[in-house]
Design a protein around this ligand. Structure first.
Ligand code: NAD
Length: 248
C-alpha cells in the first residue's frame, strides 16, 4: 500500500521498501506490484511501480507473531514448488525452523522471475500458483459466516487445491500432490468456512484478472519445482478437485 501511495502521489515519487513481515520480505516488497483492494475484491486498484531499493533486516522477525510468520512461509512454499526442488527438500528437512535462513533463497527465486518478465506478460505468471483458488477463498472468507482467512492461509489452501488440479491437468504425480498437502497441513489446519461453498469459490475464481472471455487459465505444476503457466481448466475439473482436496 505504501508503494501504491508513492507511485500515485504527484504522479509518482521514488520509494524504498523496508519490509517488516516475512511475507513482505520474501514476496510483497519485491517485484513492483502495488495496490489496494476495492470492496470485496483483492488488488483491484493498483500499478506496477518498482522500489529504488529493498532493505531486508531479519531482526524484524523477532517480534512477528507466529501466524504472521506462517503467512510468509506459505509464499516460500510456493516459490519452492514452482521453481526450486532443492528448496522444497530443505523445507521438508527443516520445517519451520531456521525460517530466516530461507529468506535469501526465496527472494532470489522471485527476483529472477520478475526480472525476466516485470509486467507479467509470461513467465511471471508462475508466481500466481496457489493464488487463483487462494484469492477466491480469501475474498469468500470475508463473508460473516466464518473467520477471515489471512493471505498466507488462503494461499496455502490454494496450493493444495491447485496441486490436485495439476494432477488432472499437467501430470503432477498424485504422490507429490499428497506430499504437498501433508506438508502444508502440518502448519495450516483445514479452515471450516467453505464447507459447501465451492460454487461461490468458482465464481470468484472467474473474476480473477488472469482470465480472458470467461475461460479459466491457471498456473499449475508439472512436478515439484517446475511450474507451468496458461493452462485452461474446465469448471468440472475445478469443482471435482476443490471438493476432493479441500474437504477435511
Ligand atoms: N504486492 C505483492 O506482490 C504482494 C505479494 C504477496 C502478498 N501481498 C499482500 O500483502 C498483504 C499482507 O502484507 P504483510 O504480510 O506484510 O502484512 P501486514 O503489513 O498487513 O502486517 C500484518 C500484521 O503484522 C504486524 N507487523 C508487521 N511487522 C511486524 C513486526 N516486525 N513485528 C510485529 N508485528 C508486525 C502488522 O502491524 C499487522 O498487524 C496482503 O494483503 C497480500 O495480499 C502483496
Amino acid at each position: 500500500m505504501g508503494g501504491f501511495c508513492a507511485a500515485t502521489y504527484k504522479r509518482g515519487i521514488d520509494f524504498i521498501n523496508i519490509p517488516t513481515t516475512l511475507l513482505a520480505m520474501v514476496d510483497a516488497a519485491i517485484g513492483g506490484k502495488t495496490g489496494v483492494d476495492l470492496g470485496f475484491f483483492k488488488n483491484q486498484v493498483g500499478v506496477f511501480a518498482f522500489p529504488r531499493a529493498v532493505i531486508i533486516d531479519p531482526a524484524f522477525l523477532n517480534t512477528l507473531p507466529y501466524d504472521e510468520l506462517k503467512n510468509g512461509y506459505a509464499e516460500i512454499i510456493k516459490h519452492a514448488l514452482i521453481a526450486d526442488n532443492s528448496l522444497w527438500l530443505t523445507l521438508q528437512k527443516d520445517g519451520f525452523n531456521q525460517v530466516s535462513n530461507l529468506i535469501e533463497k526465496s527472494m532470489v527465486i522471485k527476483t529472477e522471475i520478475v526480472s525476466k518478465d516485470p509486467y507479467e506478460k509470461d513467465r511471471r505468471k508462475l508466481l500466481n500458483f496457489g493464488h487463483t483458488v487462494g484469492h477466491a477463498l480469501e475474498m469468500l472468507s470475508q463473508e460473516p459466516t466464518g473467520r477471515q482467512l489471512a493471505h498466507g492461509e488462503a494461499v496455502a489452501e490454494g496450493i493444495i487445491a491447485e496441486s490436485y488440479i495439476s494432477v488432472k491437468m499437467t501430470g503432477l504425480p498424485t504422490a507429490e500432490a499428497d506430499q504437498i498437502k501433508h506438508f502444508i497441513r502440518r502448519f495450516f489446519p483445514v479452515p471450516t468456512f467453505y464447507k459447501s461453498n465451492f460454487e461461490a469459490v468458482y465464481e470468484l475464481m472467474l473474476n480473477d484478472k488472469k482470465n480472458v472471455n470467461g475461460a479459466l487459465k491457471m498456473t499449475l505444476l508439472k512436478s515439484i519445482g517446475k511450474g507451468i503457466i496458461n493452462i485452461s481448466v474446465s469448471k468440472k475439473i475445478i469443482m471435482e478437485c476443490l471438493k476432493a482436496s479441500l474437504m477435511p
